[in-house]
Design a protein around this ligand. Sequence first.
Ligand code: SF4
Ligand code: F3S
Ligand code: FES
Length: 246
Amino acid sequence: NTDQQITLRIMRGDVKGQQEASEFHVPYAPGMVVLDAIRWVQEHEAPDLAVRWNCKAAHCGSCGAEVNGRPRLLCKTRVDEFQSQPFTVAPMKAFPLIKDLVTDVSWNYEVAKTIPPFKPAHPAPFIMQQEDIERVKEFHKCIECFLCQDTCHVLREHQQFGKYYGPRFMTLIASYEMHPMDVGDRLDLLHGDAGVGMCNVTGCCTEVCPQGIHITANAIIPLKERVADRYYDPLKKWLYNRKKKR
Ligand code: SF4
Ligand code: F3S
Ligand code: FES
């Protein structure tokens, strides 16, 4: 029914103060998403409400926040999912708050700079198989919404930003490492600063990924295996160290 109103609570705050919930009543329109409701609030009730978004099509990855405590894209979350019950929208908890629903995700961009980029074998040594393409294609679907980063307890609860790069960067590293033409080597990084060992495979990151990337099964576990092969298989470790010394 189009005369219906929806009730949403938005957690508001800034770098200095406490966060506080403000309640708003917004006219319902069929098919509306949480971002529509927030934009209505901006237009009619709170012009200074801060929210980050660009595409409204689940492509740009800007509108990541938490709806009823769950990391979601605001533009992909339909309000009818809440069946006329009030719901709460809050900023991502893992990252420092800038204002209202906007957090400072710049740490992620700094991390990205430390990852050695794709390094193609030259000349390309072989013909690629379709399954090799499919394997890395999955990782390329990432829209960098950082919802997986927000979910991972290593970053969210334990704030181990100096020790673990987080699931998003495990998929990025996997996209290079598993590419048949890549000759780069990121296993030392994974074992060291990127901290793949910090992940205890809870799989929560995979559950929230709006792109359906199987982060844990297809990126993290195979990377952990590669690291284990190099550092914990006595023969491979010895061969690797010998090669490194030359
Ligand atoms: Fe977002 Fe998924 Fe990429 Fe993580 S892996 S940043 S959840 S699209
Ligand atoms: Fe974190 Fe995902 Fe591992 S939630 S602990 S990165 S499986
Ligand atoms: Fe682009 Fe939501 S606004 S992903």
